[in-house]
Design a protein around this ligand. Structure first.
Ligand code: PGA
Length: 251
């Protein structure tokens, strides 16, 4: 019933020229893979080049962040309206790297989510526990709390534009992937939090991705799990063969 969403997160990689070249490589490899949505979330400066390169393909372009105010004195920031006008359809919000290095909090994640949804963007909201929190036994508490904070004041109607990515911080960029069972369990906690807020039916329809060292080797097993509806993929989204193999795994 839920559709897979395979989304790349390029982070601070790829210039506009490199973005164009990589997308040109990926286009034929993911063409016709209609069992999932294929998304590439790219650095803001790459967005026009990426949108141009993806034209006429099934690749959709996303941003990696959005500001929560409509406009104003926020030097260096980018508004939801700007992203929409550029042709962006998705935006990553609350990635652990933004929480760790750029002062992102559960409250600003919520505000950014609302700004994105109100502008008609699809929000890919990231949640995830650190290794210390996992070892202390707080994974479920933390994932439910982060999920509920992020979705505060989101309407039931807007939930169809919400994707939640469970990304255990200890698995991001480390090569240590969560086991398929750990991913399924974490995603299940996220879905349970959505159910507590919006009811079982909306929870059943909400797409919950797994992210953290997902690659062409482990994607099929992760995606076979009941609660894993796709992936948010960092390192492996910078290589056309690896990324398209993950898209294949979702077919
Ligand atoms: P990774 O990154 O696939 O390189 O671990 C995932 C992410 O941070 O979204």
């Amino acid at each position: 019933m839920r559709r897979y969403v395979i989304a790349g997160n390029w982070k601070m990689n790829m210039t506009p020229a490199k973005a164009q070249a990589l997308i040109a490589e990926m286009k034929p490899l993911v063409a016709g893979k209609d069992n999932c949505d294929v998304v590439l979330c790219v650095p803001a400066i790459d967005i026009p080049a990426a949108i141009e390169a993806a034209k006429g393909s099934n690749i959709k372009i996303g941003a990696e962040n959005v500001h929560f105010k409509a406009s104003g004195a926020y030097t260096g920031e980018i508004s939801a309206e700007m992203l929409v006008e550029a042709g962006v359809e998705y935006v990553v919000i609350g990635h652990s790297e933004r929480r760790q290095y750029f002062g992102e909090t559960d409250q600003t994640v919520n505000l950014r989510t609302l700004a994105a949804l109100n502008a008609g963007l699809k929000a890919i909201v990231c949640v995830g526990e650190t290794l210390e929190q996992r070892e202390l036994g707080y994974t479920e508490t933390l994932l439910k709390f982060q999920t509920k904070m992020a979705l505060t004041n989101v309407t039931a109607e807007q939930m169809k534009n919400v994707i939640i990515a469970y990304e255990p911080v200890w698995a991001i960029g480390t090569g240590v992937t969560a086991t398929a069972d750990q991913a399924d369990e974490g995603n299940g906690y996220v879905r349970a939090a959505v159910a507590e807020m919006f009811g079982a039916e909306i929870a059943e329809q909400t797409i919950v991705q797994y992210g953290g060292s997902m690659n062409d080797k482990n994607a099929a097993e992760l995606l076979s799990k009941e609660n894993v509806d796709g992936g948010l993929i960092g390192g492996a989204s910078l290589k056309s063969a690896a990324f398209s193999a993950i898209v294949d795994a979702a077919q």
